[in-house]
Design a protein around this ligand. Structure first.
Ligand code: PHE
Length: 459
């Protein structure tokens, strides 16, 4: 494929870029705290089931659509199903814009923490809880860190698929694994580390509640970055010679590994300082800095700096794909030059993200949305995105089954692969896309709405 849209140069380049899209704050920030709140190993168990049952087939479906149509999310759906279906692609593009708007705010915090720990005096603080609240509330610093993060993302994406997206992931993904593994080796040598490992790895199945299943399902889907056309867009840059069925498996495993390994790094750290693993969202920003503080000034700076650098790399590999989706749309559909599309979008997305940034205390109404059970705007946007992604994923399955047809998907998948209709894996993908995935995703969308407006625990 040598068209002007760009393409990945190799299978490795594609897999690293797609795995980079999946690996993000979700793996290192959200997965461990959800696991911590939901009984550790029990959560991991549920999570793995959903990766296999739901996420893998949806990823295969998205990749097939993208490669068959060789276009952005909107273009792909319109080409294969008519203009009306194109709006589903557009819905994904909008979801991408919204996800990036709040994601970049959190990425800005991670970037700020990295700089303040490695080169500043953050670890000398006395109370990391109040530091965190002041930090996210007072936007004088983190505004600029967010600007910086968006600028780096835009610069990478503006360089194009091969020289930007692929090249950046080829460096960052291996670096991310190396950092992660080094931190695990270190954390396992700490006193009491094994209690953390035990908490994380020995399942207590009695811990599995409806909330565990809900959180696991939701996290698995978000973590692979599905439902908004990321994999459609990336699939459109992949050559027909490549095997999408096995690539999707490698990408899912690579993503799951990072989530799993993050837990293996974080819980021993937390247990070594006898802290609670169930702190929720602040786990990474409030509990870990205390752990790094206890390590003493030099080691703490080094280990803490490495941890937040890791978080920044993970976030960046995701923000790149999030920006690529709307960029591809503008380049393919509106024939806008890539550079202009990227920088224009970056500005708009940054502005859309301002309410999330200001919602951490600075503007009280945004911090306490009356129609949203008093939660803040960032949570509201992030929850809205989750619903958009699950609806997008559900409709994608409907699209494949009823409009494009499973047989056309299979035809696309069999290119570059020796797998044929009678193989187990092909039957599995067809069955799950037709029945399991749309039902699970419809169920999940409803659960998210109930959880957010009423609260699952109130049921
Ligand atoms: N998967 C990413 C994460 O886990 C987030 C993401 C969502 C990326 C949607 C792309 C699309 O952090």
């Amino acid at each position: 494929m040598t068209d002007s849209r760009g393409n990945f140069s190799s299978r490795l380049g594609f897999i690293l870029a797609a795995a980079g899209s999946a690996v993000g704050l979700g793996n290192i920030w959200r997965f461990p705290y959800l696991a911590g709140q939901n009984g550790g190993a029990a959560f991991l168990f549920i999570y793995l089931i959903f990766i296999f049952l739901l996420c893998y087939p949806v990823m295969v479906g998205e990749l097939a659509i993208g490669r068959a149509a060789n276009s952005d999310a909107f273009g792909s759906y319109s080409k294969l199903g008519g203009k009306r279906w194109g709006y589903l692609g557009l819905f994904g593009v909008l979801a991408g814009i919204l996800v990036l708007s709040f994601y970049n705010v959190v990425a800005g915090w991670a970037f700020g923490y990295f700089v303040e720990i490695a080169f500043g005096s953050l670890l000398n603080e006395k109370d990391f809880g109040s530091f965190y609240f002041n930090y996210v509330n007072d936007i004088r610093d983190n505004f600029w860190f967010s600007v910086a993060f968006m600028t780096i993302t835009s610069w990478v994406v503006s360089r194009g698929v091969q020289k930007g997206v692929e090249a950046a992931n080829k460096i960052m993904m291996p670096a991310l694994y190396i950092l992660l593994l080094s931190l695990i080796v270190y954390s396992l040598t700490l006193p009491n580390a094994m209690s953390g490992v035990k908490f994380y790895l020995v399942p207590d199945l009695s811990e599995i509640k409806i909330q565990t299943v809900f959180d696991g399902l939701r996290q698995a889907f978000f973590s692979l970055g599905l439902g908004m056309g990321t994999m459609i867009t990336y699939g459109s840059y992949v050559s027909k010679k490549q095997n999408l069925i096995s690539s999707a498996a490698v990408i899912s495993v690579a993503d799951t590994m990072v989530a799993f390994l993050s837990g293996l790094m974080i819980f021993p750290l937390v247990f070594s300082q006898s802290m609670s693993p169930s702190e929720g969202p602040p786990l990474v920003f409030m509990v870990l800095p205390k752990v790094f503080h206890e390590m003493g000034p030099i080691l703490g700076k080094f280990v803490g700096g490495s941890f937040f650098l890791l978080l920044c790399f993970a976030a960046l590999t995701s923000t790149i794909s999030l920006l690529e989706v709307p960029t591809a749309y503008l380049v393919d559909q509106k024939k806008i030059k890539r550079e202009y599309a990227v920088w224009g979008l970056a500005l708009i997305i940054f502005i859309v993200g301002l309410p999330s940034m200001l919602s951490q205390g600075l503007i009280p109404t945004l911090n306490n949305l009356p129609f949203y059970r008093g939660k803040d705007a960032l949570t509201f946007v992030s929850d809205t995105c989750d619903i958009m992604l699950t609806i997008g994923g559900c409709l994608m399955c409907v699209f494949i089954s009823f409009q494009w047809k499973i047989s056309n998907m299979n035809q696309e998948l069999y290119q570059g692969s020796t797998i044929r209709a009678n193989s187990l894996i092909s039957k599995y993908i067809n069955f799950t896309i037709r029945f399991v995935c749309p039902l699970l995703l419809a169920f999940l969308s409803i659960l998210i709405v109930i959880d957010k407006f009423i609260g699952l625990s109130n049921l």
